[in-house]
Design a protein around this ligand. Structure first.
Ligand code: FES
Ligand code: FE2
Length: 379
């Protein structure tokens, strides 16, 4: 395999090198509260469709999307107990994919039929699944969110371009000063950072060094290989406080991706445990499409629009194209994070292609340092 091929991070469908790599890690696939018992859903991730359902016991199961009989979508079927019955001819499957009933067959051969099944777990309000071969690694844990003060909020947002563009943006603190200029100005962030990055046992520590203190203090974020960002988010139109923020950037297919994000928000002053979020109106994807079609300018958006941050990033990223030819990039010193990220990915993909053991990324059991841990008055 040529070195160039270790640099194709964009294509993650079944059998691709980057797809095999991503499947070695637990990935969020759905928001737990949105999966109702008895209501299976069809989801797409890493270019494949799956059926996800919650049994009557509350347990979550993930199966391949196609019924092994004549391949209709299993998500159309009925949940009975913790089993799933196909809508087309009523074959019944256990949560581990084993077929246990074939009502129209005189001599059942159910024991010989098995749908592919994938481990699924609930954690921090998300459903994570392991789509790789063999035994899954341990599910990563985040004490920063487990013990967070306030309320956890999960959301998902489609980004209309290849996921790796979103991934690279997470290593790019310089963009904040331009893409999110309206908001940075409002909380006094004006000093451009000196970008320092270090390989860490979990991935990359990204440091934006600044000298000014206060809003212009040095900021550290943690990139967890291969596709998660742990950082703190500054106040935005969607939330007035600094929040602990974990985001996974997961391909839907090669030309779109889903951000699965968990925020720890300050407790509601009314004491409500759960903050109910209204949908963002107008939808950020529609606003993104209108900007990219030249009907709106992102600079003219209402600075109080709740989808502002999402649209600003979407526009910058989808504005690069759906899948970018990276050989044309002209990288500078502010791209150190992107350079290190590509290096780590290429290194791991080469190991995978050559059958060598991959790096085992570990994070410390104690909390990683974040600004939000400091008293709010010092931020
Ligand atoms: S296609 Fe599922 S039972 Fe026939
Ligand atoms: Fe951004």
């Amino acid at each position: 395999m040529k070195a160039k091929e270790f640099n194709d991070f964009a294509h993650t469908g079944p059998g691709t090198l980057a797809g095999r790599f991503m499947r070695r890690f637990w990935q969020p696939v759905f928001i737990a509260a949105e999966l109702k018992p008895g209501r299976p859903v069809r989801i797409q991730t890493l270019g494949e469709f799956f059926t996800l359902y919650r049994g009557e016991s509350g347990a979550v199961f993930m199966l391949e999307d196609r019924c092994p009989h004549r391949q209709t979508a299993l998500s159309l079927g009925w949940v009975e107990g913790d089993r799933l019955r196909c809508f087309y001819h009523g074959w019944m499957y256990e949560g581990d994919g084993q077929c246990v009933e074939q009502p129209c067959e005189r001599a059942s051969f159910a024991a010989k039929v098995k749908a592919a099944a994938y481990p699924a777990r609930e954690y921090l309000g998300m459903i994570f699944a392991y789509l790789g071969e063999g035994e899954p690694p341990e599910l990563p844990r985040f004490p920063e969110l487990e013990d967070a003060d306030g309320t956890l909020q999960c959301n998902r947002q489609v980004v209309p371009c290849n996921y790796f563009q979103r991934v690279e943006n997470d290593l790019d603190e310089a963009h904040v000063h331009f893409v999110h200029r309206v908001s940075t100005a409002s909380y006094g962030l004006s000093e451009l950072p000196e970008i320092v990055v270090e390989e860490a046992e979990y991935g990359i520590t990204r440091i934006g060094e600044r000298e000014g203190g206060g809003s212009n203090a040095t900021r550290t974020a943690h990139w967890l290989m291969p596709n998660a960002l742990l950082t703190d988010l500054p106040p935005s139109p969607d939330c007035p406080d600094w929040t602990v923020f974990l985001a996974y950037r997961v391909p839907i297919d090669d030309e779109s991706m889903m951000t699965f994000a968990i925020n720890a928000r300050r407790a509601d002053p009314t004491g409500a445990r759960q903050i109910i979020r209204k949908p963002i109106e107008p939808h950020p994807l529609q606003v993104t499409a209108d900007v990219l079609a030249g009907k709106l300018r992102v600079q003219d958006l209402d600075p109080t629009y709740r989808g502002l941050f999402v649209v600003q990033d979407n526009v910058a990223l989808a504005g690069q194209g759906l899948i970018v030819d990276r050989s044309r990039d002209r990288l500078g010193q502010s791209d150190r994070g992107v350079i290190l990220l590509r290096k780590l990915w290429a290194r791991e993909m080469k190991k995978l292609a050559e059958g060598e053991p991959l790096t085992v990324w570990r994070r410390p059991t104690e909390k990683l340092p974040l600004i939000v841990e400091q008293p709010q008055s010092q931020i």
